[in-house]
Design a protein around this ligand. Structure first.
Ligand SMILES: [Zn+2]
Length: 310
């Protein structure tokens, strides 16, 4: 089996080594991964039940009951009900459930199929399914394009589970525009009472680095800058694309690579002023801590290198 390092949170394979901190970090969501957490192959995103894992391995079709996504569909016996009313209750509930299931099933299958192609982790897929059911129960999907709704819940689930995927990326899988999916997304989540956090700035780092053809070391440094920034509360409430651009700008300065603030601003469609402001904040609050980390590491290395006196 092919060995592949996969981020257990977002499913990204872009795992980088931060040698200075001695850590393995996901360059897309910023998660610090320890070696023991690595999972291989298919297993990491298979669904939780043994049955499903078996089926996924053998390539057998997934049974329609799996669309229940682990929800308990059994009705328990309640005290005080006669056998006859119990049977009736069960029949009614079963009927209602199956009608409801039938209605959401095509969408849930679509979520599963797209999730596989987008390499989404299990909990993200389950969240998307949950959101779709919620939207369906609230009567929000009726008479609307299923694809746009499915794309919208997948995007929402990615945000909720901190999986770095762009709206445009998801929309293109459905051959929809970013605008169309964005409209469905806003329609759904204005009405549904669910929390959708802003995307993390880390998601923009690889994009900036590849657009400006910067070396991989800039990714490592930028991710570290963003982590320290989060620890000291600098990123709080900031627009993520601008925050990322500011971090990359500081990283290029540190590495002696010349890129203008304007180039960085253009890479993520923010203003130069935003990049400058974030950079200034990082310079004041993050750079001293970067420096401290570097000195501590040097000190440790000196201690190791020092010969033992007899
Ligand atoms: Zn990740």
């Amino acid at each position: 089996m092919e060995r592949k390092r996969i981020c257990p949170r977002c499913g990204s394979t872009k795992i980088i080594v931060d040698a200075e901190r001695g850590e393995l970090v996901c360059s897309e969501c910023g998660l610090v991964i320890s070696k023991g957490l690595f999972l291989e192959g298919k297993d990491w995103r298979a669904f939780s039940t043994e049955e499903f894992i078996e089926r996924a391995r053998s390539g057998a079709p997934v049974s329609p009951t799996r669309t229940a996504y682990g929800l308990d569909t059994k009705i328990a016996y309640s005290k005080g009900l006669s056998g006859r009313s119990m049977r009736m209750l069960r029949r009614t509930k079963k009927h209602v459930r199956s009608r409801k299931e039938k209605r959401v099933m095509p969408a849930l299958f679509k979520i599963r199929a797209i999730a596989e192609r987008l390499d989404l982790p299990t909990h993200t897929v389950e969240d998307a399914a949950k959101l779709y059911r919620l939207a369906s129960s609230a009567g929000l999907v009726k008479g609307r394009s299923m694809d746009a709704m499915v794309a919208a819940v997948i995007y929402a689930a990615c945000r909720r589970t901190e999986v770095p995927r762009f709206l445009q990326e998801i929309a293109s899988f459905f051959e929809l525009t970013e605008k169309e999916v964005g409209r469905s997304f806003r329609f759904l989540f204005r009405k549904l009472d669910v929390r959708i956090p802003p995307p993390k700035p880390e998601i923009y780092v690889s994009r900036i680095v590849s657009k400006l053809k910067l070396p991989q070391s800039i990714v490592t440094k930028s991710i570290r800058i963003l982590r320290i920034a989060r620890e000291v509360g600098v990123t709080l409430g900031r627009e993520p694309a601008g925050t990322a651009a500011g971090a990359v700008y500081l990283a290029t300065q540190e590495e002696g690579i010349h890129r203008t603030q304007r180039e960085l601003a253009q890479a993520v469609s923010v203003t130069e002023v935003t990049v400058r402001n974030r950079y200034r904040e990082f310079l004041e609050k993050v750079k001293p801590l970067l420096e401290k980390e570097r000195l501590e590491k040097e000190k440790k290395e000196e201690e190791i290198a020092e010969p033992v006196s007899l």
